[in-house]
Design a protein around this ligand. Structure first.
Ligand code: NAG
Ligand code: NAG
Ligand code: NAG
Length: 542
């Protein structure tokens, strides 16, 4: 079957004239897939292709082989299934269960420009969505804006919350199932993308936030490398929000909360398998259990994906040979502190709480460390909503800015060959004080909301120029491993990579500008470098 694939692309030739719409038919390992020709551009979509199957009797266990379509044609025109998501603070979803939520959610969407063919296989972007491993879906990202640059876009789903990230000291559920789902999707791309006119050996994995942390975990994982380049936007496993030490009793706690009193993991898992997913995600929310990537315990015969704590993750063999584009927005937490936590956030010493949750130290040391951090950000001011902006700087630094700078340092120490750093600071004519988390996404993708509605985004002339610039930089990197192989009127700068001794970065704003003199936020980052050199040893992941 495999040998046939390359011969069997059946992009039907349009014989009836230019305005006749003919939907493409493609033969993949599972059988025939019918996509649809877009009406808003020169491309086709294949939506909701199952790349694997979740065993409903074992929804926490390994993904099973994707179903074959037998003699039928699979109509790939409905990419809406959402892996069960966990409501969490500040991001409460619309009340009720979204009608398309399903545990059997391992699907992907493919966007193929018409110029793709067997003779002209195109580079491939595989997009891994964010959502703190609790929410999000690949279906919210349409690749339309990227296609005219001659790449294929694949957006994937993976299991979330308890289903994707329950991490037990148990070979049946060792952890990181959601990352293993992503890996199965990458295997699917390698085995099938040629049939769509994609080049399986010219694959970039990219993600934002938790998707970005995922992408870096693929880079460090001991598994075979199924990609050639990496794009990491605003997320790293070094971020205190993106990793957990796991809770070996999580299955027991969930089962107990839902009415089964047991001390046996397997009994608990069987019970949870039979419980409706909205009960499981609801219990996760109520019990505040963190389901995120974790270091797996090793069991003989069981695949391991994350083999170390975040600060000890490395894989110089993979890192050395992989061009990496990495960065963040210039004000990741702008507006978020108040939005997520309300004014009550300021009723406590949030510096103290953060230190207490992130370091294992005697109370007195927690107090001392918190005082140092507090003085750095607010001086002698009281903690109240008057220090909202400082709180946003602090949150931006500890969750994103410093962990990402630290990640870049570690990649360079592992002899990464080409690391391109950016800071996205474009706010257009909004008058906002900085670009918040996710601000770059609407310039790369058409984004869809929870109920499949296209999110509108202001499209001033400057916004459209940003779309042109960002999609050109990103797709140059996807194609050539270099975002600026030549300068042009559109991209008048040469983006130089980071080296062991210098940290140039591209400021992506109304103007594109290389900053070569000073590192990003050099004083704040120097503070945290110093802080971690003293307290890093007490980090919960150290
Ligand atoms: C669960 O079972 C144990 C042992 O049988 C018992 O001691 C405990 O009270 C039970 N807990 C609940 C919540 O029923
Ligand atoms: C990086 O390269 C240097 C010089 O070739 C070498 O000494 C060092 O061991 C390398 N580091 C890693 C992590 O491979
Ligand atoms: C990837 O695709 C681009 C554009 O088609 C091409 O120039 C480049 O040589 C390809 N790289 C590899 C490794 O095949």
């Amino acid at each position: 079957m495999k040998a046939l694939i390359v011969l069997s692309i059946v992009f039907v030739v349009n014989v009836y004239g230019a305005d006749q719409r003919i939907d493409p038919l493609v033969l993949i390992n599972q059988g025939l897939v019918r996509g649809q020709k877009a009406t808003d551009g020169d491309y086709s979509t294949f939506l909701g292709i199952p790349y694997a199957k979740v065993d409903l009797d074992d929804p926490f266990g390994p993904a099973r082989a994707a179903p074959s379509f037998e003699e039928e044609i699979f109509y790939a025109n409905e990419g809406t299934v959402q892996c069960p998501l966990t409501p969490f603070s500040g991001y409460a979803r619309a009340a009720g269960i979204s009608p398309v939520e399903s545990v059997d959610c391992l699907q992907l969407n493919i966007f193929v420009p018409s110029q793709a063919s067997i003779r002209n296989p195109l580079p491939v972007l595989v997009w891994i969505h964010g959502g703190t491993y609790l929410s999000g879906t690949g279906h919210k990202f349409s690749g339309r804006k990227l296609l005219k640059h001659g790449v294929i876009v694949v957006a994937i789903n993976y299991r979330l919350g308890a289903y994707g990230f329950i991490c037990l000291n148990n070979p049946a559920v060792p952890g990181n199932q959601g990352l293993k789902d992503q890996y199965v999707a990458l295997q699917w791309v390698r085995d099938n993308i040629a049939a769509f006119g994609g080049n399986p050996y010219n694959v970039t994995i990219a993600g934002q936030s938790a998707g970005s942390a995922s992408v870096l975990l693929h880079l460090f994982s001991p598994k075979e490398k199924l990609f050639n380049k990496v794009i990491a936007e605003s997320g790293t496993p070094l971020s205190p929000d993106m990793f957990t030490n796991g809770d070996a009793d999580a299955a027991l706690k969930l089962a107990n909360y839902l009415g089964l009193n047991t001390t046996d993991d397997q009994q608990a898992l069987d019970f949870l398998a039979k419980s409706h997913h909205s009960l499981v995600t609801g219990a996760t929310h109520d019990l505040k259990i963190e389901f995120k990537p974790c270091r797996e315990n090793s069991f003989s015969g069981v695949d391991i994906f994350v083999d170390n704590q975040p600060y000890s993750l490395s894989n110089s063999r993979k890192v050395r040979n992989t061009p990496i584009l990495i960065g963040n927005t210039d004000f990741e937490y702008r507006g978020d502190v108040r939005q997520m936590h309300g004014n009550e956030f300021f009723d406590k010493d949030f510096f103290y709480s953060w230190i207490q949750n992130t370091f294992v130290m005697e109370n007195e040391e927690v107090y001392t460390a918190a005082k140092i951090v507090r003085h750095f950000y607010v001086g002698d001011k009281d903690i109240s909503s008057d220090v909202n902006t400082e709180a946003e700087y602090f949150n931006s630094d500890i969750v994103f800015n410093h962990p990402i700078q630290d990640t870049i340092t570690r990649l360079i120490n592992e002899n990464a060959s080409h690391v391109y750093e950016y800071v996205f600071s474009y706010v257009g004519d909004t008058g906002l004080s900085g670009a918040a988390h996710s601000a770059e996404l609407p310039f790369l993708f058409d984004l869809y909301g929870d109920f499949g509605e296209l999110m509108t985004h202001s499209s001033t002339e400057d916004d459209l120029l940003m779309v042109d610039r960002l999609t050109t930089l990103w797709t140059n990197f996807i194609k050539y491993g270099n975002p600026t192989p030549e300068t042009s009127e559109l991209i008048p700068v040469t983006w130089s990579p980071v080296t062991a001794n210098s940290r140039p970065y591209l400021i992506i704003n109304k103007e594109l500008r290389m900053e070569t003199e000073e590192r990003f936020l050099k004083e704040r980052m120097a503070f945290w470098d110093l802080f971690y050199s003293i307290y890093g040893q007490y980090n919960i992941f150290a």
